[in-house]
Design a protein around this ligand. Structure first.
Ligand SMILES: Cc1cc2nc3c(=O)[nH]c(=O)nc-3n(C[C@H](O)[C@H](O)[C@H](O)COP(=O)(O)OP(=O)(O)OC[C@H]3O[C@@H](n4cnc5c(N)ncnc54)[C@H](O)[C@@H]3O)c2cc1C
Length: 511
């Protein structure tokens, strides 16, 4: 970004006009990246390599990098997609495809160290507000420092939102009747207590998603018994935690950079086929998935009740079960699955709608996330609070009425990072384009041909409908019925379309 886009004094003036209450000096950056998770660290890498000379800072609320992989500390925490595609396109993944949180953080730490990114990151900075001033074409970001409690103000020409999609300091737990009566301990995996002793205890894990499927086998060996209590079943893919093609290429002593690229392409190719088939022949795909589960649990297990979802494959994320560990725990009698609904909590455990009571010492609520839109940051545009749900999204990364901002929201059916890399390329290209044009501001706007476009909710619930998105849909921007105005969830199209986006299209308004 050119220094001419905004100057430190211009930002300081903007601060004076919008933030009279505070007299703190304002430091200026061309770009502020919000969050040091996989997206924010990726953004920092791309800025240093594709836009050298850009003055930027990464502001992160937590004390270290990792985001999701730092927040979640529950036993067994691991990815549910493969790291060849969840890893960055630019740094080979050399471990097993499904990785632990520690392995992912080690990988991210290497990206930071190898590219000198540490000096750009400020930890313990929770952004509370961001105010856009059209007079100055700049944002003023206010962040609270964890160490001093001090509020710092930072000027930014461009905000790169890499804050993820859920609140990091608390998970989502429904409010069931009688919870206060339960004599044991209730914990959410997102805030797993370090002192939780589950050895020899009876544990109920409520939920059927990737978290429950990870946690149950991880603790089953130590507990007296673990019950996975689910309202409805989920699809799983039990598979050996290995990639045969990567193993073969390593035997042939192929360079890791090549292996990364080839294996990524193969996985993406296979996923494309799988996704297409899940729409075109859902019954066949469903039967294949269920056969995988049956192979682990044997012919007598009641797969129909416990592992046959009522929806077609891919309407919710499908988690890998590496080496079938969840099913091995069930088969060994260390864990069991109950499919029922909760009537209420009791002193001893949970009373189910069927009338059965499950006893527990510990109840783990693996019930999901609090969707958090834009990092719980109070955004204002020229003094007016931003009503994000009134805006329309441009390809799920920019928003009408919100200047100089891009948002990373990854894929559900493919690895998140694939999209983080694509958006990073787009942002770097957009910044270069602004520089070339001498523009200080860019905003997306509906074109004349879009004015009568039908506006729809952020995501089509018929297509993909996890609980946290359904609960928070009213907070999210609208989409249109044209691909430009949607987050299509389609990597295989976007990988070709994004690099070809015409930045002089009428959808981009410069100033
Ligand atoms: C347990 C779990 C497993 C998952 N497994 C996979 C998987 O295998 N594959 C996959 O594709 N996806 C997976 N996901 C989805 C996952 O969240 C994303 O893929 C990815 O990690 C998101 O990265 P991110 O950097 O965009 O956001 P996050 O990881 O959420 O990081 C955002 C960062 O921004 C910081 N932040 C937020 N608000 C502020 C603020 N106001 N001020 C300062 N900092 C702020 C947060 O502290 C955090 O560090 C998983 C999610 C969970 C919860």
């Amino acid at each position: 970004m050119p220094d001419s886009l905004t100057t430190t004094s211009a930002i300081a003036q903007a601060a004076d006009t919008t933030m009279k209450a505070s007299a703190a000096p304002v430091e200026h950056f061309d770009v502020v990246i919000v969050g040091a998770g996989i997206s924010g660290i990726g953004g920092a890498y791309h800025l240093t390599t594709q836009s050298p000379g850009t003055r930027f800072v990464v502001l992160e609320a937590q004390e270290s990098f990792g985001g999701t992989w730092l927040t979640h500390q529950y036993p067994g925490i691991r990815s549910d997609s493969d790291l060849y595609t969840f890893g960055y396109r630019f740094k080979p993944w050399t471990g097993r495809p499904i990785a632990t949180a520690d392995e992912i953080r080690t990988y991210m730490g290497e990206v930071i160290a190898e590219n000198g990114l540490a000096r750009h990151i400020r930890y313990g900075h929770r952004i509370r507000s961001a105010q856009w001033s059209s007079a100055e074409n700049a944002w003023i970001v206010e962040a609270v420092r964890a160490d001093t409690g001090e509020t710092v103000r930072i000027g930014a020409t461009f905000l790169w939102m890499c804050q993820g999609y859920y609140r990091h300091d608390e998970g989502y737990t429904p409010d069931w009747p009688g919870m206060e009566a339960f004599a044991g301990r209730i914990v959410h995996p997102q805030t797993w207590p370090a002192d939780l002793n589950y050895a020899g205890k009876k544990v109920i894990v409520i939920g059927s998603g990737a978290t429950a499927a990870t946690l149950v086998p991880a603790i089953a060996g130590d507990c007296a018994h673990v019950t996975m209590l689910q309202r409805s079943p989920t699809y799983f893919i039990p598979a050996r935690n290995a990639n045969v093609l990567a193993e073969t290429l390593r035997e042939l002593q192929i360079d890791e950079t090549w292996i990364h690229e080839i294996v990524r392409r193969k996985i993406l190719f296979d996923q494309a086929t799988f996704t297409r088939r899940s729409f075109e022949e859902p019954e066949a795909v469903k039967n294949e998935l269920l056969a995988g589960v049956r192979a682990h649990l044997g012919p007598d297990f009641d797969i129909d009740t416990h592992f046959t979802p009522g929806y077609r494959p891919w309407r919710q994320r499908i988690a890998y079960v590496p080496d079938g560990d969840l099913f091995k725990s069930v088969r060994a009698g260390k864990a069991s699955v109950v499919t029922d609904e909760i009537e209420r909590f009791t002193r001893k455990g949970i009373l189910l709608k069927s009338g059965r009571e499950l006893e527990a010492d510990i109840i783990v609520t693996a019930t999901g996330f609090h969707l958090n839109v834009l990092g719980d940051i109070a955004l204002t545009i020229d003094g007016k609070p931003l009503v994000f749900s009134d805006s329309v999204t441009y390809r799920g990364m920019m928003f009408t009425g919100v200047p100089n901002m891009a948002w990373v929201f990854g894929y559900f059916r493919a690895s998140w990072t694939l999209r983080a890399d694509l958006i990073a390329d787009f942002v770097c290209r957009l910044l270069a384009h602004m520089k070339k044009k001498g523009a200080r501001r860019v905003e997306v706007a509906l074109r004349p041909e879009d004015r009568d476009m039908k506006l729809l909710p952020w995501i089509d619930a018929e297509n993909f409908n996890p609980g946290y998105l359904m609960r928070g849909m009213h907070l999210l921007p609208k989409r249109g019925d044209k691909p430009e105005w949607q987050h299509t969830q389609d990597y295989w199209t976007e990988k070709d379309v994004f690099p070809a986006i015409d930045l002089d299209d009428a959808a981009f308004v410069y100033g």
